[in-house]
Design a protein around this ligand. Structure first.
Ligand SMILES: Cc1cc2nc3c(=O)[nH]c(=O)nc-3n(C[C@H](O)[C@H](O)[C@H](O)COP(=O)(O)O)c2cc1C
Length: 195
């Protein structure tokens, strides 16, 4: 079964990022692709310590729960990450997770290569585009395939639930999620052999 793993990078279990990630998962499932959501709200992700042990271990040497996420990324064909904007950048734990996942991939078998996905940024007022660029650095250096949408994947909202008022933002991330699902299916569904 094809699967897209989605990470909600907010410390709020039911905040705006979580609600957007749930909406992406709904759209993806509607198109026949399995989803799983992981929230960073109950985790404390440390930064990469550059110990380099991942090249021998095949996983990260830090024991803070990231290896469970790594295993799920490995088995998924798609990977979407959402982050709230904090002072114009992605939340620290989000970048810590992405940097460690990327480093393990590069130091082992490049398991991220060819996976389809991208990033979503949510903020009350500003800083979305830089935050998206920051997160996309992870996708693009790791040989991943990032589809576009009808606008950049940015949604406005401050208090939990406010994102639903940003109709264009919601449509943008729905379209992005549909593109991820369709691309995963196109890449992984083998063509019928010619008669
Ligand atoms: C430490 C901190 C920094 C923030 N910095 C920004 C910012 O630079 N720009 C902005 O528009 N909103 C900023 N916000 C507001 C959040 O991005 C916004 O409330 C977002 O919807 C939170 O998403 P969540 O509900 O998923 O946690 C900040 C919030 C916090 C806690």
């Amino acid at each position: 079964m094809l699967k897209v793993l989605l990470i909600s990078g907010s410390p709020k279990a039911e905040g705006n990022t979580a609600q957007l990630i749930q909406e992406c998962a709904r759209v993806i499932q509607e198109r026949g692709v399995e989803t799983e959501i992981i929230s960073l709200c109950d985790k404390k992700i440390e930064s990469c310590t550059a110990c380099g042990k991942c090249s021998e271990l095949g996983h990260c040497s830090l024991e803070d729960g990231l290896n469970e996420i790594l295993a799920k990324v490995r088995e998924s064909q798609g990977f979407i990450v959402g982050s709230p904007v904090y002072f114009g950048t992605a939340r620290g734990d989000v970048m810590a997770a992405l940097q460690r996942i990327g480093y393990v991939s590069r130091k082992t078998d490049n398991f991220l290569a060819g996976k389809v996905g991208g990033a979503i940024a949510v903020a009350r007022r500003g800083g979305h585009t830089f935050t998206l660029q920051e997160m996309l650095m992870f996708f693009l250096i790791n040989d991943m395939i990032v589809p576009g949408s009808t606008y950049w994947n940015m949604v406005f909202g401050g208090l939990p639930g406010e994102v639903w008022q940003d109709k264009e933002g919601i449509e943008t991330i729905r379209h992005f999620a549909a593109n991820v699902a369709d691309l995963v299916k196109k890449l992984h569904t083998s063509r019928e052999s010619p008669a």
